[in-house]
Design a protein around this ligand. Structure first.
Ligand code: NI
Length: 145
């Protein structure tokens, strides 16, 4: 089995959001989400960690094309969300803009487009105290691949 090497790149965007769902009453929204439900929303400086693994290419010494990865993440994630209100994004009309939903959305946007190698993990820092992580569970027959 060949060694796989992981590369992690960091990306940043600033965005506003409000934790709120129309499935619950205003009262229950306030109880569940607390100050994160304030009507005017609030902002975060998000950091996204994108980890890609691959086999070492002996010629380039790399496992993925990081320049192409940067273009991909900037186009699909950073430019989409930076200085926007996440609740206005079409993807979040039915989803609460939690870190959990956001990190899964970023995974789903990138997983089939990684330029070489395989997407291993998405990490998302929302606040000093909040970090979210999405990893796809690997079925046993694929673990030695
Ligand atoms: Ni928040």
């Amino acid at each position: 089995m060949k060694a796989r090497i992981c590369v992690t790149r960091h990306y940043r965007f600033c965005a506003a959001h409000r934790l709120h769902t129309s499935a619950l009453s205003d009262d229950v929204n306030r109880k569940v989400f607390g100050k994160c439900n304030n009507p005017n929303g609030h902002g975060h400086n998000y950091t996204v960690f994108v980890t890609v693994s691959g086999e070492l290419d002996p010629q380039t010494g790399e496992v993925t094309d990081v320049r192409a990865l940067d273009r991909l993440v900037n186009r699909k994630i950073v430019e989409r969300f930076d200085h926007r209100h996440l609740n206005d994004d079409p993807a979040f009309q039915q989803l609460v803009t939690t870190g959990e939903n956001l990190v899964k959305f970023i995974w789903d946007e990138l997983v089939n487009h990684v330029p070489g190698g395989r997407l291993e993990k998405i990490g998302l820092i929302e606040t000093r105290d909040n970090y979210f992580e999405y990893r796809q569970s690997v079925s046993p027959e694929h673990q030695s691949a």
